[in-house]
Design a protein. Structure first.
Length: 141
């Protein structure tokens, strides 16, 4: 069954997501990041702005399949074949979430984001999944 974690009260979603992807890459995880195009673009920019010693290979969903398979981290789109982890930046319930071993929901600090996250939490629970909460309140990002 899919494991789900909500990382809530994230002050800087793109920067936090980049740090999370750095950790996932170091562990060899294959990750798919989904969200609105502006959210995904902000993460892409953040990954390119990391220092050269911290470069994280990644590709957009529009990249050729051979590039996506080699990068390990794919940004955007619906489903990345072979991904173990889904990072959802959107306020919508991610489609195909059951195909991943782990889903990480990144939730910002606004009431609207928290309210929509509560709805996704309830949906996961209705599917028999007991989400975990990781509260970032008071941390740097």
């Amino acid at each position: 069954m899919t494991e789900v974690a909500f990382h809530v009260n994230v002050a800087d979603v793109p920067a936090y997501t980049c740090r999370l992807l750095r950790k996932a890459h170091a562990k060899g995880a294959r990750v798919h990041v989904t969200g609105l195009p502006a959210q995904v673009d902000a993460v892409d920019r953040g990954l390119w702005l990391m220092s050269q010693s911290e470069f994280i290979p990644h590709a957009g969903v529009q990249a050729p399949e051979r590039v996506r398979r080699r990068s390990g981290i794919v940004l955007g789109g619906e489903w990345f074949d072979g991904a173990q982890v889904l990072v959802n930046l959107s306020t919508d319930m991610p489609s195909e979430h059951g195909r991943y071993a782990r889903v990480i929901e990144i939730v910002g600090t606004t009431e609207a984001e928290r309210s929509q996250a509560r709805q996704r939490w309830k949906t996961y629970r209705s599917e028999g999944i007991e989400p975990e909460m990781v509260d970032q309140a008071g941390s740097k990002g």
